[in-house]
Design a protein around this ligand. Sequence first.
Ligand SMILES: C[S@@+](CC[C@H](N)C(=O)[O-])C[C@H]1O[C@@H](n2cnc3c(N)ncnc32)[C@H](O)[C@@H]1O
Length: 284
Amino acid sequence: MKTLRFLALAAALAAGGAHGQVKDKAPVDAGPYVPSPQSVVADMLKIADIGPKDFVIDLGSGDGRIVLTAAKVFGASGFGVEIKDNLVKESNEAAKVQGVADRVKFITADLFKTDISKATVLTMYLLPNTVNMLKDKLLTELRPGTKILSHDYPLSGWIPERYVQMDLEDKVAISGVTTTLIYLYMVPAKVGPAWTANVPVAVSKEPIRLNLKQQVTRVSGVARVGGRDVPVEEGKLRGEKLSFRLGVGSKSYEFSGTVKGEAIVEGTVAGPGTKGAWTAALAK
Ligand SMILES: C[S@@+](CC[C@H](N)C(=O)[O-])C[C@H]1O[C@@H](n2cnc3c(N)ncnc32)[C@H](O)[C@@H]1O
């Protein structure tokens, strides 16, 4: 059987076609049925720190092993979506046998057209071009803080929370090499472009105007402080948690806060001799 990487290459060479296929009636083929080794499944779920409160969705669920393990070993619930009906039947049978059919199910459907908004953890082992075709869907449908785990292939342009690399003999038959990667991402909140921030007087006597630009989890921009523009440094989002640094005069302040729609709440700011609270509202 052709290897995943070979198919990845073939798919990449047909890249124009891959995008064109979205418009076609037939579902995009996101990859052949190649199960993740069970040890990788366990590692993915451990890296996600999965527990009974989690709802796991596996895109292209194959024989169901990721969702089944999440339910049986970690007490989670969830579903798998798979295009091949025989694999879906097999997975639902396995759920019954393993006593987890009340918490997990498997459906025959196109993963690109499946509502994934219930996920707290989303997993995938798909060809690299299709992983990247999912980026807009992931950002639009998943809630901030949702964990995304991808076996072997990254979301290009996204900064992973964590990635783990290991060598597994099991992978030689799949991809021709022992190298195995697991990427963990966290869906960021959407941060509006302009904010008015109320900060401790030690930082600024006037409210600060923040003009921010978001690129997935990275945040950059400028802050208008005391009539001067200063850069927003090291801005990043972990789910709803926003953090950045501002240099005001000779002092440097670390900001953190929680993005809740049109407000930034639970903010703390710390700098030389100053520790206080801040909040911000989206500027109209
Ligand atoms: C590499 S396997 C991964 C199986 C499983 N997630 C695992 O890690 O063990 C990819 C699976 O995606 C399924 N698949 C491919 N394109 C799909 C699509 N458009 N919708 C749903 N499933 C799809 C394939 O049938 C295959 O079973």
